[in-house]
Design a protein around this ligand. Structure first.
Ligand code: NAP
Ligand code: MG
Length: 481
């Protein structure tokens, strides 16, 4: 079968042919068949996209916020109209089981609607009397200008939309650079952008690899960067933005704990552990992949979790009953297999999985794995694996449990299991993380999502996420009359 050759980028409201000769293969991780060869946009494409955005920055920023919000709601509707195509594309290009990807268009639309609902409040008149002198000050929130949005492959639609909605409501035109592994859902999103009636140039898309992303970060007309991805790349983007004195939002990796208190309800753990620790076949930044259990209940909890993980169906991600699909790429599979080897070599005990599933000669599958007897110095206890691997660590006494939970350079997420919500909330105060779930792990478009420490800088979600795209100006006025 001939493979789709895709050589265009979305600039100024139309698909234009790129001059770049470089292509990246998009591969179906379930079958290993090539899906498309997609252009890696070069510096000239990035320049054209940024200039297209810059050309409309003033008009878009001056468009009344209620009109911007109306168009953002229209975008939500156009995403919903394409829900089945988007779901299929996400599952095809990155192997996310449909049980998960089917929610992507709905949650994206809900996020956009929330931005449109709360955004106008940021632009309400804000006059502050001056406590130091006569007169007052008009505080204005102004769009920063062109925003570069750079995203990873694990949630190909959602991770773009959580940047796009806030940027548009704030009044910033954007240039999007999706991950090389998953450009197809991003391209489909541009159809929704066009159908929604967003003015040409407000949303632009350049597919490509790290070099494309770097060209975007370094473009002098880009006023802010919002990046989701690895801590290593985030650090280098942060350095570049620091040199340019350009605001940056970095949503990075994690090695989050699921801390089980001694009174935790086993049924609650059984019900939620898969979602808490292994969503999207473990390719989730906020997955709580260190299960920290009291030694007094360790045997019981390890047995229970082993049971849940080994009974979750693995296979074709298009089968609605599948929980574990393939990993996104051969590279990611090899990375995860390397961690499984290191776990074995360092003396952890795989009570479930630990290698490649039998009888699968196609697809980037690994066995969902639970390691017991993990010690805090092992690599599987310290490094982000980004696969279906849970490391169990035991503790004696709550202080040790809390110390283990915090024994990481990251600070993205945590989950606390306890029958006593008040007790769990008191423990939550001691955990260094931006998002904490009690007896489950959720997300809420209205509440800030912010990685602490090596998990990032800045905020997504909530009003605070929109404010990241705004600059403050204070206009001082003399007393009137
Ligand atoms: P990645 O390698 O850091 O890539 C993320 C994005 O940056 C991709 O679009 C990538 O292009 C691009 N990129 C690579 N090098 C660049 C450079 N020098 N300058 C500008 N852009 C560059 O991450 P990944 O491997 O795709 O995704 C997995 C990581 O994302 C994990 O560490 C995970 O924890 C993190 N993540 C964090 C969150 C969060 O909200 N905190 C959410 C999801 C994922 P290519 O596609 O060509 O690599
Ligand atoms: Mg990458």
């Amino acid at each position: 079968m001939p493979v789709d050759q895709i050589g265009d980028v979305y600039v100024a409201g139309r698909w234009r042919t790129s001059g770049s000769e470089r292509r990246t293969a998009v591969v179906d991780p379930t079958t290993e068949d090539p899906l498309a060869e997609v252009v890696s946009a070069d510096a000239a494409d990035v320049d054209a996209a940024v200039r297209a955005a810059d050309a409309v920055a003033r008009d878009w920023g001056a468009t009344p916020v209620v009109e911007r919000c109306r168009l953002v709601v229209r975008l939500a509707e156009e995403i919903e109209r394409r829900a089945s195509g988007l779901t299929e594309t996400i599952t095809r290009e990155n192997g996310t089981p449909v049980a998960e990807s089917a929610h992507a268009p709905t949650t994206a639309a809900a996020h956009l609607r929330h931005c449109a609902e709360v955004g106008p409040s940021l632009f309400a008149e804000d006059v502050r009397p001056n406590p130091m002198a006569p007169g007052d000050t008009l505080v204005q929130r102004r769009p920063l200008g062109v925003a570069g949005l750079i995203t990873p492959w694990n949630y190909p639609l959602s991770l773009i939309v959580v940047k796009l909605g806030p940027a548009l409501v704030a009044g910033c035109p954007v240039v999007i650079k999706p991950a090389a592994e998953t450009p197809l859902a991003a391209r489909m999103l541009m159809d929704a952008v066009e159908a929604a009636g967003l003015p040409a140039g407000v949303v632009n898309l350049v597919t490509g690899d790290g070099a494309t992303g770097q060209a975007l970060v370094e473009h002098p007309l880009v006023r802010t960067i919002s990046f989701t991805g690895s801590t290593a790349v985030g650090r280098s983007i942060g350095e570049a933005c620091g040199r340019a004195l350009r605001p940056v939002v970095l949503e990075l990796g994690g090695k989050s704990p699921a801390l089980v208190l001694d009174d935790a309800d086993p049924e609650v753990i059984a019900r939620s552990i898969l979602k808490v620790s292994m969503r999207n076949t473990g390719q989730t930044c906020k997955a709580c992949t260190r299960l920290i259990v009291p030694n007094t209940r360790r045997g019981e909890i390890v047995d229970l979790v082993a049971d849940v993980v080994s009974s979750a169906p693995l296979g074709d991600p298009f089968d609605p009953s599948t929980f574990f699909g393939p990993l996104v790429s051969a590279r990611q599979r090899d990375r995860v297999l390397g961690y499984l080897e290191s776990g074995h070599a360092e003396g952890a005990k795989a009570v479930v999985g630990g290698g490649t599933p039998a009888g699968r000669d196609r697809g980037f599958f690994v066995e969902p794995t639970v390691f017991d007897d993990v010690t805090p110095s092992m690599r599987i206890a310290r490094e982000e694996i980004f696969g279906p691997v849970l490391s169990v660590l035991g503790y004696d006494g709550l202080d040790e449990g809390v110390a283990l939970a915090n024994d990481t350079p990251y600070g993205l997420a945590a989950t606390i299991f306890s029958r006593d919500e008040g007790r769990a909330a008191a423990v939550a105060v001691r955990i260094e993380a931006g998002t904490i779930g009690i007896n489950h792990y959720g997300s809420n478009a209205a509440a800030p999502f912010a990685g602490h420490r090596d998990s990032g800088l800045g905020v997504e979600f909530g009003l605070e996420g929109i404010e990241e795209y705004l600059a403050l100006t204070s206009v001082h006025r003399l007393p009137r009359g």
